[in-house]
Design a protein. Structure first.
Length: 171
């Protein structure tokens, strides 16, 4: 009986921690299908998606990489960076624990990533507040209509602002 109570307390603590993290990283839900991430979770999501072949030019991709790495931009930049994806669907197997992949759809192309890159994107979606669903041995996270706005000048101020992402969940 004591083992069951301890196990239940651990699970409750984990759920409470997840909820607290969701509030700290700036996740809010406007409705059942719309969501917004801001601050560090939005910067992480935008940077990871940008590195996977969004429609950004090489200058903006490098700027996103430097910002996410905590480095100053080489050239001062006033323009905001916009990162977008039509859809992102990540799947992980809980049967074949080596299987993980993400399908990213952009306006002009699609890209599938596997392994470490897919795990990074899957984890970043979770930090941004995307809930996972499970069916027949597969755990899935998905979003649609991702639109992130990154303001390098606001990020440079180090006051917690400068990154916002809006998306629809795959419910």
């Amino acid at each position: 009986m004591k083992l069951t109570l301890t196990s239940a307390m651990k699970r409750l603590s984990a759920v409470m921690l997840f909820c607290a993290i969701g509030q700290v990283v700036g996740f809010s839900s406007a409705s059942a299908a719309s969501a917004t991430a801001s601050g560090p979770s939005a910067l992480a999501l935008a940077a990871v998606v940008a590195s996977q072949g969004s429609l950004l030019g090489s200058f903006d991709r490098r700027a996103m990489s430097r910002l996410f790495d905590g480095k100053a931009l080489i050239l001062p930049r006033i323009n905001k960076i916009r990162v977008a994806a039509d859809s992102i669907v990540c799947k992980m197997s809980d049967v074949n624990i080596t299987a993980r992949s993400c399908d990213l759809t952009f306006k002009t192309h699609k890209r599938t990533i596997t392994g470490r890159g897919a795990n990074e994107l899957y984890g970043t979606l979770a930090v941004a507040g995307v809930m996972s669903g499970a069916a027949a041995g597969t755990i899935t996270e998905s979003i649609m209509k991702l639109e992130c706005t990154i303001d390098p000048m606001a990020i440079k101020e180090k006051a917690g602002g400068g990154a916002t992402c809006m998306f629809e969940t795959g419910e």
